[in-house]
Design a protein around this ligand. Structure first.
Ligand SMILES: *Cc1c(COP(=O)(O)O)cnc(C)c1O
Length: 383
């Protein structure tokens, strides 16, 4: 795919999605066929069997690859299926470094699935260069980066990580779920692979599960396409349609997510019941300067700790009216959750265990004064 000269929003709406040549339909059809007619043996229009490729999926793959500046994009049935494909490029005995506050499911996939198959791993605070250096082994083949991280919103310098890993012959994978290609394009910062849970901002409406891998290198793209077909963790055509539809409004949604999150973070920062607000847009955030450099905006996720500890955190999580208490993130409706007992419960007792006084917010697109008022009344109950 050659980089197009059109702007991000134009490509989000049109890349990989020309009007349907058969009918002129301006929306990519949901192509449900599992098999495609051949005019002679092995003579066909690019589609044979829907696990290998499907026209709706192909449109999504072309669009999102374009937005990430990738040579190849591959859609999966979930973010973890996408991550699994990337981890399958490692061989037994290879070592992978993951962030010490990685998404809980990433940690579980590495530590409880791929480790069983002989992959070695270390969880490291990637913001600490000495820790990274000393965790590095001769067998380290992959550096897994998440930025901003979930749920602590740590910002990692993708350019620095990419240089560090490239000098040592390892690949850099960036989980770009929190930022999306609208706010951050890791391949342009030197990373080799981007993974997404398209379940979050890309889908954007809490109604579809999906994953994505985008690669800089065509050869690795071929290897991952082989795995996509051979392992078979592919999304259905309707799911692909929903993600494509979500991507069309990604830019305007992300702008408002960023705007609302900044206001919410500011209000929490001033609240006496709050011990600490974690939001990359706050000048006091340790990753603020790096975020300014590598991101277009600071995103819609805000985490904070309560002075009153876990009890207060649990009361806040149970007391909101507009924020819905639920896992997941990145959609139009605002969500609140308690990572230690919910999304990151599988990390309990591990190096990735989360502070029980922590609350994570996915700031949605409701009227921002309603969001701030809701948090204030919930915090009052926690005092
Ligand atoms: C949700 C999420 C995943 C996993 O994606 P699924 O679609 O739930 O499989 C991976 N990374 C991050 C940062 C996530 O938020």
């Amino acid at each position: 795919m050659t980089a197009s000269r059109d702007g991000f929003e134009t490509r989000a709406i049109h890349a990989g999605q020309p009007p349907d040549p058969a009918t002129g339909a301006v929306v990519t059809p949901i192509s449900l066929a599992t098999t495609f007619a051949q005019s002679a043996v092995n003579v066909h229009q690019g589609y044979e069997y829907a696990r290998s490729s499907n026209p709706t999926r192909a449109a999504l793959e072309a669009c999102l690859a374009d937005l990430e500046g990738a040579s190849r994009g591959l859609a999966f049935g979930s973010g973890l299926a996408a991550e699994d494909a990337v981890l399958r490029t490692l061989r037994a005995g290879d070592h992978v470094i993951i962030p010490n506050d990685a998404y809980g499911g990433t940690f579980r996939l590495v530590a409880r699935v791929h480790a069983e198959a002989g992959i070695e791993w270390t969880a490291v605070d990637l913001a600490n260069a000495d820790a990274l250096e000393s965790a590095w082994r001769d067998t380290t083949r992959m550096l897994w980066v998440e930025t901003p991280t979930n749920p602590l919103l740590t910002v990692i310098d993708v350019e620095a990580m990419s240089q560090f890993a490239r000098q040592r012959g390892a690949r850099v994978v960036v989980d770009n779920t929190f930022a999306t290609p609208y706010l951050q394009q890791p391949l342009h910062l030197g990373a080799d692979v981007v993974v997404h849970s398209t379940t979050k901002y890309l889908g954007g409406h809490s109604d579809v599960l999906g994953g994505f891998v985008a690669t800089r290198d065509a050869e690795l793209g071929d290897e991952l396409a082989f795995l996509q077909n051979a392992v078979g963790g592919v999304p259905g055509p309707f799911d692909c349609y929903l993600v494509l539809r979500g991507i069309k409004t990604l830019a305007v949604r992300m702008d408002r997510h960023c705007e609302n999150a900044a206001i919410v973070a500011g209000a929490l920062d001033e609240h006496p019941a709050v011990a600490r607000v974690l939001y990359p847009g706050l000048p006091t955030h340790p990753g603020h300067d790096v975020a300014r450099r590598q991101m277009r905006g600071f995103g819609g996720m805000v985490s904070f700790t309560l002075r009153g500890g876990e009890d207060a955190a649990l009361r806040v999580a149970a007391s909101t009216r507009v924020f819905t208490l639920a896992e997941s993130l990145g959609a139009v409706e605002s969500l609140v959750e308690h990572p230690a007992r919910m999304t990151h419960a599988s990390a309990a007792g591990s190096p990735l265990a989360v502070d029980p006084a922590l609350i994570r917010l996915s700031v949605g697109l409701e009227t921002v004064t309603d969001l701030v008022d809701d948090l204030r009344q919930a915090l009052q109950k926690a005092a």
